[in-house]
Ligand binder design. Structure first.
Ligand SMILES: [Cu+2]
Length: 231
């Protein structure tokens, strides 16, 4: 098995990776078969004295075969990925850590609800391009876009979701290893697209608490970080 995908630190990445490899190997097999046949035919049907080219209108049986086989492969892939889709996309685990991520040309605006856990209140805080989350906890993301379509991509978490103007899209991720991970924009969104990049900081519980207290000093005297309230 190839090992060129970025490190996976998510709870559901292994399933997505095996699906990716499955599709990759089917595609590789088709590529090798087609290329080999082309090379063989190049030699077999090369120019020879006295042999004339013939016109062929097509072959219905062959056309049916190469239409039906890929169609069956697609249907099989649909069924093979259903469990993954259900587990990742169809329900969001219970969590008290929520952030709002808004894509705009050419930044990620990260809005934190603050200690009260609610948006559009006085303790909200917006930080551009930097996301701090605690390790090992599901994070609910409310994804928005201000101008054009962007795509919020966390390669190490096998997470990718378009941000669409006019829509609030709920999604979730969880990082199981502390570290600093890249957040590229994965949808060509204009002139500054390639520079549209943020960082995901996955903090240990102590580091997260430290960062949280720096952002909301008032929380230290109150109930503490929202994520700790229920644990
Ligand atoms: Cu973008």
């Amino acid at each position: 098995m190839l090992r060129w995908l970025p490190e996976d630190v998510s709870p559901y990445g292994a399933g997505i990776d095996s699906l990716f490899y499955f599709i990759y190997y089917i595609t590789a097999a088709a590529f090798i078969l087609v290329t080999a046949l082309m090379i063989i035919f190049l030699f077999q049907y090369r120019h020879r004295e006295g042999r004339r080219a013939v016109y062929t209108h097509g072959n219905t049986t062959l056309e049916l075969v190469w239409t039906v086989i890929p169609a069956l492969v697609f249907i099989a892939l649909g069924f093979a990925s259903r469990a993954q889709w259900e587990a990742i996309k169809m329900h969001i685990p219970d969590t008290d850590t929520v952030i709002q991520v808004t894509g705009k040309q050419f930044n990620w605006e990260i809005l934190y609800p603050g200690p009260d856990g609610k948006f559009n209140t006085g303790d909200d805080k917006q930080i551009d391009n930097d996301i701090h989350v605690p390790v090992g906890k599901p994070i609910l993301v409310i994804l928005k876009a201000r101008d054009v379509i962007h795509s919020f991509f966390l390669p190490n978490l096998r997470f990718k979701q378009d941000a669409v103007p006019g829509r609030d899209i709920n999604a979730w991720f969880q990082a199981n290893k502390p570290g600093k991970y890249e957040i590229p924009c994965a949808e060509l969104c204009g002139f500054g697209h390639s520079g549209m990049k943020g960082w995901l900081y996955v903090d240990s519980p102590e580091d997260y608490k430290k960062w949280y207290t720096e952002q909301w000093p008032q929380a230290a005297t109150a109930q503490g970080p929202a994520t700790e309230a229920h644990s």
